[in-house]
Design a protein around this ligand. Structure first.
Ligand code: SF4
Length: 603
């Protein structure tokens, strides 16, 4: 028997309309836990290598974890896995909101979606009654309009959906999926929805909640009363995140000398952003609102999201969720726009069309540099010009004009079309656009981007704080392979249970083991956690290896590898091929992967 699982998954074939309730594979749950790990295990079995990610052959999986619906604070997210149309490799995304909890309370640990419908559909889940409903009336609609319309039709408690960009005949390759104000943006999950003619999934609040059976209920109660104290007394989870959300990392990234601007051509110092797009600037935009709980995740005392009000554009005056740090970098600092007013409006535009803010900002930065270098003709794109950014967001989301259509496929594809050496500043790894930390001043992030399982991603191993502690030298290869591997393995487990990345400051490895051992009978130790993390990472790598990924793909863009930083405290620093090889060799050895980056263990 499995404690803390619902014990069933939904399997929905959109081609045939067949819907089945299947038993959860207990061995898989014990080996791969839930969320990301369990989703990857099912994907490994079901996904045929080499298929087109936007064909009916792609498989879409949503999984909760053993912490879901247990009331454990900041642990109520859920995970999506699929093959990405942007990178053509494995994709995993975790999302906040309420979908995971409501699904598990309805009796399911996850959903596997196969095939494609001939006509637009949404899935309606009401306990054991699961139906495919006609979504023609909301096809092509933006996110909030879709959520409102489906709510009117169903009165569902939770609605996850795509925006208009996913419903195009050729969906934007980085279209996302939205749970209320929470977004699963990276890698084109929404495009996979669109290719399957799937607009949304709606879950009714169950009349009778199915609560997971907890292994040690009184132990859980005791642990929760201790955990809340640790969350509150931790400076990051108890003070900084509740006040400023992830914008706290705008300040530190600038202070550490690694906040890039103008498509990584230069670095912004803290003085450049002070009082404007730092925590102080953000604090001025936050408003008190009764919407606060609704924009945050269920059962989270941290409440890292805030309500802000766009001051111009179509959404002016309407309260919305404040932008995260990565968004504020991609749509603001990266484009030379040091103004939260603009960032809030640009974020809202992206979230309504349903496109990933990081990929959108990096794609626009790439196009601005192409124009700067005379490689494209465009009369609106210009560094620091917020109007041109808002217009370009609309063009990308609608695939309007040659440039909008080109950028909607991501910077890897755009640089192949534009040519003329533009690939040297097309900032992506394996097709996924880079986030906000310039690795030239923090070399562990170079290895992180190169080896992250879904392409350039900061979430799978964020080394910035560790590398700026007394134990490390940021611009050195020393000890970086072990640091990156250890964090990646821990994150694999956190994404499988599922523990919010932000809460990880308080919910550390010891806490995770304690919590696992009260909700399940898994009897974990810290060593067991490490072993499971490495097993999940190997499995995910194997899914991408089947798609052709090897060590030749664990590379960074030319700009980061070979162009020295122009300014800032790390002026003159670059990674170089030799340094990457040193870190990668050590990393493969620690992972027990061969020199081609292939795991030696069999799945
Ligand atoms: S810290 Fe923020 S993102 Fe994490 S669970 Fe809480 S509200 Fe959600």
């Amino acid at each position: 028997m499995l404690y803390s699982y619902a014990g069933h998954i939904l399997v929905i074939d959109l081609t045939t309309g067949n819907i089945e309730k299947q038993e959860l594979n207990e061995d898989y749950a014990r080996q791969y836990v839930g969320g990301r790990g369990l989703g990857a295990r099912y994907l490994y079995d079901l996904l045929k290598p080499g298929i087109d990610a936007l064909s009916p052959d792609n498989i879409l999986i949503m999984m909760t974890g053993p912490f879901t619906a247990t009331g454990i604070y900041a642990c109520q997210k859920y995970e999506w896995v699929t093959k990405s149309p942007l990178t053509n490799i494995y994709l995993c995304n975790n999302t906040g909101g309420s979908f995971g909890v409501r699904l598990k309370e309805s009796g399911y640990d996850g959903i596997i979606i196969k095939g494609a419908s001939n006509t637009p559909k949404y899935i309606l889940i009401d306990g054991d009654n699961v139906d495919l409903q006609d979504a023609s009336s909301v096809w092509g609609k933006k996110v909030s309009e879709t959520q409102r319309a489906i709510y009117e039709m169903t009165k569902a408690d939770t609605i996850v959906c795509t925006g208009s960009s996913a419903d195009l005949p050729n969906p934007v390759k980085f279209a996302g999926v939205y749970d209320g104000h929470r977004c699963s943006g990276r890698g084109g999950l929404g495009a996979v929805f669109g290719s399957k003619n799937l607009k949304a999934i709606a879950v009714m609040k169950p009349n009778k909640k199915i609560e997971p059976k907890i292994y040690n209920p009184s132990g859980l109660k005791d642990e929760l009363s201790e955990l809340i104290k640790d969350i509150k007394k931790n400076e990051v989870t108890g003070e900084q995140l509740p006040k400023f959300g992830s914008i706290i990392w705008m300040d530190t990234t600038a202070q550490f000398g690694i906040l890039p601007t103008r498509n990584y051509q230069d670095i912004l110092t803290y003085e450049d952003i002070e009082g404007k797009i730092d925590t102080t600037g953000y604090g001025k935009k936050v408003v008190k609102s009764k919407e606060l709980k609704a924009i945050n995740c269920l059962d989270c005392p941290i409440l890292s999201g805030h309500v802000v009000i766009p001051d111009h554009g179509e959404w002016a005056g309407k309260p919305t969720k404040g932008p995260e740090f990565e968004t504020s970098w991609a749509l603001g600092a990266n484009l030379g726009i040091i103004d939260f007013g603009h960032i809030i409006s640009a974020n809202k535009e992206c979230n309504e069309y349903g496109i990933d803010t990081i990929s959108t900002g990096v794609a626009i930065g790439f196009a601005m540099e192409c124009r700067q270098k005379g490689l494209i003709n465009d009369d609106i794109l210009e560094w620091g010009n917020s109007e041109s950014v808002i217009k370009m967001i609309g063009k990308i989301a609608n695939r309007e004009g040659w440039l909008g259509d080109t950028l909607a496929d991501g910077v890897r594809s755009a640089s192949e079309k534009i040519g003329n050496g533009s690939n040297s500043f097309a900032l992506h790894v394996k097709g996924l656009e880079v986030p906000a930390y310039d690795p030239r001043g923090v070399w562990g992030m170079a290895l992180t981007y190169a080896t992250s399982i879904r392409g350039a991603c900061h979430l799978k191993s964020w080394t910035v704080a560790a590398e700026n502690s007394k134990d490390y030298i940021p611009v050195s290869t020393e000890k970086k392979a072990k640091l990156v591997k250890d964090i990646q393995d821990l994150r694999s487990v956190m994404d499988s249970l599922i523990v919010c990345f932000f809460a990880g400051r308080a919910i550390n490895k010891d806490w995770i083991v304690r919590l696992v051992n009260v909700v399940t009978d898994f009897d974990w130790t810290p060593e067991k956690l490490d072993e499971i993390g490495a097993r999940i990472y190997d499995l995910e790598r194997m899914i991408s290896v089947r798609e052709g990924i090897t060590s030749k793909d664990d590379l960074l863009p030319h700009r980061i590898m070979e162009e020295p930083l122009n300014n800032g405290q790390w002026k003159g620093k670059k990674i170089t091929k030799e340094n990457m090889e040193i870190m990668l060799r050590e990393y493969y050895k620690l992972r027990n992967w061969d020199e081609n980056g292939i795991p030696k263990r069999s799945v």
